[in-house]
Design a protein around this ligand. Structure first.
Ligand SMILES: [Zn+2]
Length: 166
């Protein structure tokens, strides 16, 4: 009795394997609902399409071509897995994109808060000072209005707080 190789064809390989099996002399027989017993000396003549994805003696059949593609797939899967743990996976901010509201610090409201002070100032007397919008590096010690430069603040103090001029 020749050695038998048991092949469980994949669903897509089943028809091809069955066609091949019945074309042999003597016919290759099945030993189970989906298991073909193929004589070892006939096995090399089984067409590739009848073996792809099948189980041969309990092991998944891998053709030379498929072996190459499988290793590629594994490499891809590995890259995807490591990609999850890479730092850019945790990037929360993209340059040029608006940050969510909670991304701003609590001190970020200092500039908007300066607006009422500016309007308050206007009611006291007309005093246009464009530098007041630029930053808060030099806050006025008397009304906390921010100024971008010491000079701008001095001008403001001289005009808005003449009695308290530095
Ligand atoms: Zn002031």
């Amino acid at each position: 009795m020749p050695d038998l190789i048991h092949v469980e064809p994949a669903p897509e390989a089943r028809i091809a394997l069955a066609r091949w099996a019945v074309a042999q002399t003597p016919k290759v027989t099945t030993v189970g609902p989906n298991t073909f017993a193929i004589p070892a000396d006939l096995f090399p003549s089984v067409p590739e399409e009848a073996l792809t994805g099948s189980r041969v003696d309990g092991h998944r059949y891998v053709s030379p071509d498929e072996e190459a593609s499988v290793s590629t797939e594994e490499g891809t899967a590995e890259a995807e897995l490591t990609g999850v743990a890479q730092p850019e996976g945790f990037r929360v901010a993209t340059p040029g994109e608006a940050l969510p509201e909670e991304a701003y610090g609590s001190d970020s409201t200092s500039l908007p808060a300066a607006e009422p002070a500016s309007q308050q100032e206007a009611s006291v007397g007309p005093e246009p000072d464009p530098k007041a919008e630029e930053g808060a590096e030099y806050p006025c010690p008397f009304c906390d209005r921010p100024f971008a430069s010491d000079r701008g603040r001095a001008t403001h103090v001289r005009r808005a707080h003449p009695e308290r001029e530095l």
